[in-house]
Design a protein around this ligand. Structure first.
Ligand code: SAH
Ligand code: SF4
Ligand code: F3S
Length: 463
C-alpha cells in the first residue's frame, strides 16, 4: 500500500468507538491515508464522538475550534485538510454541527462509515463547498462492506453485535446506534482467525448489548453468545476471550455454561447494573430487580468460582432518595465488585428521562457519587491486595510509562507494570505479583532460573 496522506483520528466513548476508529483507518488505508499521532499537518481529521453524557457536544465544538487553527494555517499555505465528525454526536446533532461549524466538511453516523471513500471523493477539492451530512441507517449493514482489518496488536476488539433495543429511559444509544443487529457466525469466526494470524492472542467480543447476540450460523440456526464463545475458543492461537458490554437481562444458561466450560473465557465480567434500588431499576426500564442481579452473579460464580465483576452505576437519577442510594451501596457491598464506573445522571435530549421532573440536586449527586466511588475503591484495593503474592499469566500489551517496564493485564483485567524485555510484548508470561497501589499492580517475570539480574534475558531465551 502506498501512503501519501496523513490521517488523524481522535476517539471518545466506548470500545465500540475504538473499534470503529480502527475500521475507518482500514477503509482509508487503500486511499493512501496513514494514521498519525498528531493533528498538526494531517490531510484528514476524524473526530469519532460519544454522546452518552452531558457536555458531549460542547467538547466536540471546542475540539473543532482547536483544530481549525491547524486547518486554517494549512489552507493559507495552499494545502488542505478534510475535517470530519463521526460517531454518536454526529448521529444525534449532525445538522446542528453543520450549521454551527462551517469548517467541518463531513458528518457521518456510526452506521455509514463504510461509505467513507465516496464521502471523501465528494468532499475533497472544494474546501467548504461539498459538505456532507450522512446520518442514515442504511438497509444493508456496513459489515458487508468493510475491508479486512489490519494488525490490532496483542489484544484485539471484534464487533459482533451493534445497536440496542432496550431503551433504558436515560440512554441515547438506541437512537444513535439504531436497532440491534447481530453479525453472522461465519463472518465473526473468519475475522477472529485473521486477528490471530496477525498476532492477536486475546479477543474481546464487542457489542452495545453483546449478550443479546443472536447471529445466524451457516446452517440457518440462530446462535447465542455462549455458543459463539465456544466456537471462537476452538480457534488455534486464541488464548483469551472477553466480551463487553452485557446486560443482566440477557444472561442465559448457555452463557453461564460457557463460563463453566471455556477456560479461555477470562474470569472477569463487566455487568452494568446502574442501581441497587428496585424502584430506580423500574423507572430506568432495566426490567430486572436487584435480587435478580444478585442471583445472576451467584449463578455465574457457581459456574466459575474465580469470576470477578465490574459494573456501571448512575447516581442521582430523577426520584432517587437516600434509601435508593443506600440500596445501591448495599448491592456494592454484597457483590464486592473488583472495579466499577459510576456517573452522575445527566439528562440526554430525546430520552424519556429527560422529561422527568423530580430531579436530584447537584450537591446531593456529588455526595452520593463520592460515597459510591469510595466504597468501590475500597473493594478494588482489597481485591488488588489479595492478588499480591500470586503468580498470574499476564498478557503484555505495550511498553510501560517507566523505562524498561511493560504494561499488561491480568486475567481479572487488572493493569500491571512489570520490568521486562520489550520482546515480550504480545506474549502471555507468568508474573509474580509483588505489590498493589490500589489501581494497578506491579510484578516480576517468573523464570525457571530466577535471579533478578538476568530475569528478562532468560525468559526470552527459553521462550
Ligand atoms: N449497554 C450498556 C451501557 C452503555 S452506556 C448497558 O446496558 O449497561 C455506558 C454507561 O454510561 C451506562 O452503563 C451508564 O452507567 C452510563 N450512562 C448512560 N447514559 C447515562 C446518562 N444519561 N447519565 C449518566 N450516565 C449514563
Ligand atoms: Fe443504553 Fe440500556 Fe441499551 Fe445499555 S441496554 S445501551 S444502557 S439503552
Ligand atoms: Fe458513546 Fe456512542 Fe459508545 S454514545 S458510549 S460512543 S455507543
Amino acid at each position: 500500500m502506498k501512503f501519501n496522506k496523513k490521517l488523524y483520528i481522535k476517539t471518545w466513548g466506548c470500545q465500540m468507538n475504538v473499534y470503529d476508529s480502527s475500521r475507518m483507518a482500514d477503509i482509508l488505508a487503500p486511499l493512501g491515508y496513514m494514521t498519525v499521532e498528531e493533528p498538526d499537518d494531517a490531510d484528514m481529521i476524524i473526530l469519532n464522538t460519544c454522546h452518552i453524557r452531558e457536555k458531549a457536544t460542547d467538547k466536540v465544538f471546542s475540539e473543532i475550534g482547536r483544530l481549525k487553527i491547524h486547518k486554517d494555517k494549512k489552507v493559507e499555505a495552499g494545502g488542505s485538510m478534510l475535517m470530519a465528525v463521526a460517531g454518536c454526536v454526529a448521529q444525534a446533532e449532525g445538522d446542528f454541527i453543520m450549521k454551527r461549524a462551517p469548517t467541518v466538511d463531513m458528518i457521518f453516523g456510526p452506521q455509514t462509515y463504510h461509505e467513507l471513500p465516496e464521502m471523501v471523493a465528494k468532499a475533497t477539492g472544494a474546501y467548504g463547498e461539498n459538505r456532507i451530512v450522512n446520518t442514515e441507517f442504511p438497509e444493508k449493514t456496513k459489515f458487508d462492506f468493510l475491508p479486512e482489518e489490519q494488525n490490532q496488536g496483542a489484544s484485539a476488539f471484534l464487533s459482533i453485535q451493534e445497536g440496542c433495543d432496550k431503551f433504558c429511559t436515560f440512554c441515547v444509544v438506541p437512537y444513535t446506534r439504531g436497532a440491534e443487529y447481530s453479525r453472522p457466525v461465519d463472518k465473526i469466526v473468519d475475522e477472529a482467525k485473521r486477528l490471530v494470524d496477525n498476532g492477536s492472542k486475546e479477543i474481546t467480543l464487542l457489542g452495545q448489548n453483546v449478550n443479546a447476540y443472536h447471529g445466524e450460523n451457516v446452517d440457518g440456526k440462530t446462535w447465542g453468545l455462549g455458543r459463539l464463545i465456544e466456537a471462537v475458543a476452538e480457534i488455534d492461537g486464541i488464548e483469551q476471550i472477553r466480551y463487553t458490554t452485557s446486560h443482566p437481562r440477557d444472561v442465559d444458561q448457555e452463557l453461564i455454561d460457557a463460563h463453566r466450560d471455556v477456560q479461555k473465557l477470562m474470569p472477569f465480567l463487566h455487568l452494568p447494573v446502574q442501581s441497587g434500588s428496585d424502584k430506580m431499576l423500574k423507572v430506568m426500564n432495566r426490567k430486572h430487580t436487584a435480587d435478580r442481579y444478585r442471583e445472576i452473579i451467584a449463578d455465574l460464580k457457581k459456574a466459575r468460582p474465580d469470576l470477578v465483576f465490574s459494573s456501571d452505576f448512575i447516581v442521582g437519577f430523577p426520584g432517587e432518595t437516600d434509601q435508593d442510594h443506600e440500596d445501591t451501596m448495599q448491592l456494592i457491598r454484597d457483590v464486592k465488585f473488583a472495579s466499577a464506573y459510576s456517573f452522575k445522571y445527566s439528562a440526554r435530549p430525546g430520552t424519556p428521562a429527560a422529561n422527568m421532573t423530580n430531579l436530584v440536586r447537584e450537591d446531593v449527586k456529588t455526595v452520593r457519587l463520592t460515597q459510591i466511588q469510595e466504597l468501590i475503591g475500597e473493594f478494588q484495593a482489597e481485591f488488588n491486595a489479595d492478588t499480591v503474592g500470586k503468580t498470574l499469566p499476564i498478557l503484555f500489551e505495550r511498553k510501560g510509562k517507566k523505562e524498561g517496564q511493560l504494561q499488561g493485564r491480568s486475567p481479572f483485567y487488572q493493569a500491571i507494570n512489570v520490568p521486562a524485555n520489550e520482546r515480550l510484548i504480545g506474549q502471555i508470561v507468568d508474573v509474580h505479583v509483588t505489590d498493589s497501589t490500589g489501581h494497578a499492580l506491579t510484578g516480576e517475570v517468573v523464570t525457571a532460573v530466577s535471579t533478578s539480574e538476568n530475569l528478562t534475558e532468560n525468559i526470552v531465551k527459553s521462550a
